[in-house]
Design a protein around this ligand. Structure first.
Ligand SMILES: *[C@@H]1O[C@H](CO)[C@@H](O)[C@H](O)[C@H]1NC(C)=O
Ligand SMILES: *[C@@H]1O[C@H](CO)[C@@H](O)[C@H](O)[C@H]1NC(C)=O
Ligand SMILES: *[C@@H]1O[C@H](CO)[C@@H](O)[C@H](O)[C@H]1NC(C)=O
Ligand SMILES: *[C@@H]1O[C@H](CO)[C@@H](O)[C@H](O)[C@H]1NC(C)=O
Ligand SMILES: *[C@@H]1O[C@H](CO)[C@@H](O)[C@H](O)[C@H]1NC(C)=O
Ligand SMILES: *[C@@H]1O[C@H](CO)[C@@H](O)[C@H](O)[C@H]1NC(C)=O
Length: 350
């Protein structure tokens, strides 16, 4: 019973038994790569002793033996470790710009005018990186995506960004516009962020549209190109062009299978409603119909008709004038005749 009590005492107080101690405020710190960490540390010794030297060391396995190497002898720590303590009771240490290799056991030791104090207890530092995981990395539109920010110590609240903009939820149904680069960061400290991870969203063609090289009415014999474009991932790889007569309700004719429909010399019979169907491995979709008209325009017809109309009117007017002139002349002789008649009457009544 006494033995156990003594053991417990030794374990609890550690090095205090021999009249001195080293105390780490947090013996198991965890920090992010690139950040700084501070080991809060205090030490004590018997009254009358005077501290002559202090040092921090790191435990290392060398040829199967656990040894302690002073940080001052390790080039890795040259400009990154900073002793914040003193030669009284403060033995705090800061390490800046943490590297993953800084993970390990750290010891503090000090010499006094009487003894060299080598603490057996160590502080264990864990340096972790933020690692973004997008699962799965390639999805079809509508499928679920999960974002995971892997960090080995749960000290941090992490947030997500997609192409620099905050992401509302770390799980969602992917849409085409969700494709991009994702990274996670420590909330409130954007300097601490993971490498970006890309999310690819695959979807069948949408926004299928037709571009006409020469919009408007086409003269017979001229050439025109119709180009089918679409948003799709993977990009659309096959196309079908259809032409439908404006008047007839018959089924559309297939008129091409390339990305572009080239009509080198159009005829009136090419007039119709065109649509293209774009396809990739996930499906196909149709453009809206585009009207292509070949031949003289209604406006030309109109001008033509007006021309004819004007000519007809002129001819009619001329005819009327001629008729009127002729009738005028014959009326005149009639009046003359009447007048002569009157004269004759006057003569007869006189
Ligand atoms: C240091 O040790 C002395 C006596 O050994 C004790 O009185 C004092 O409280 C100790 N201080 C700390 C900070 O532990
Ligand atoms: C430490 O800093 C000094 C001066 O800032 C520089 O000359 C030296 O190369 C640095 N050493 C290491 C190991 O980074
Ligand atoms: C076709 O495209 C439209 C809009 O571009 C889209 O709303 C529709 O879902 C697509 N249809 C298919 C079968 O992908
Ligand atoms: C389709 O067009 C709409 C409207 O212009 C746009 O908001 C959407 O992002 C487009 N879709 C794709 C996959 O480009
Ligand atoms: C149509 O495309 C072909 C081949 O790309 C090109 O040679 C021709 O100049 C284009 N014609 C018009 C009217 O854009
Ligand atoms: C696209 O148009 C063609 C021809 O009109 C038709 O057969 C097909 O069903 C259409 N596809 C879709 C997805 O609307």
């Amino acid at each position: 019973m006494e033995m156990i009590a003594l053991l417990v005492l030794i374990m609890k107080t550690g090095t205090t038994v021999s009249g001195w101690s080293v105390t780490f405020e947090n013996p198991n710190p965890c920090a992010l790569k690139g950040s700084s960490v501070e080991f809060s540390c205090s030490y004590n010794y018997s009254n009358g002793e005077i501290v002559s030297k202090t040092a921090w060391s790191k435990g290392q396995m060398k040829s199967g033996i656990w040894i302690r190497v002073a940080l001052s002898d390790l080039p890795l720590y040259q400009n990154r470790s900073e002793y914040l303590g003193d030669q009284q009771h403060d033995c705090s240490l800061a390490i800046h710009d943490l590297q993953v290799e800084d993970t390990g056991h750290y010891y503090f030791w000090f010499d006094t005018n009487m003894y060299g104090r080598r603490s057996k207890t160590s502080l264990h530092l864990y340096v972790t990186e933020l690692s973004a995981r997008v699962y799965p990395k390639t999805v079809r539109a509508g499928d679920n995506v999960t974002l995971e920010c892997g960090v080995s110590c749960q000290l941090f609240t992490t947030v997500w960004f997609k192409d620099g903009r905050p992401v509302a939820k770390p799980g969602f149904q992917a849409q085409a516009e969700d494709a991009g680069n994702y990274l996670c960061a420590v909330e409130g400290n954007m300097a601490m962020q993971s490498d970006p991870v890309a999310l690819e969203v695959q979807y069948p063609p949408c926004n299928v549209s037709i571009e006409v090289s020469h919009p408007g009415r086409l003269a017979e014999g001229s050439s025109v190109n119709l180009t089918c474009s679409s948003a799709a991932n993977p990009a659309a790889h096959s196309y079908i062009w259809y032409r439908r007569n404006i008047s007839s309700s018959g089924s559309p004719l297939q008129v091409g299978v390339e990305h572009m429909l080239f009509l080198p010399s159009v005829e009136a019979s090419d007039t119709g409603l065109y649509l293209c169907q774009a396809m990739n491995s996930l499906g196909g979709n149709n453009s809206t119909e585009v009207l292509l008209t070949v031949g003289a325009s209604y406006f030309n017809h109109f001008i033509f008709l007006v021309g004819i109309g004007v000519k007809v009117v002129i001819v009619v007017l001329l005819a009327l004038v001629v008729i009127w002139a002729w009738r005028c002349r014959s009326n005149h002789s009639a009046v003359d005749k009447k007048e002569h008649d009157n004269d004759y009457e006057n003569v007869t009544t006189a």
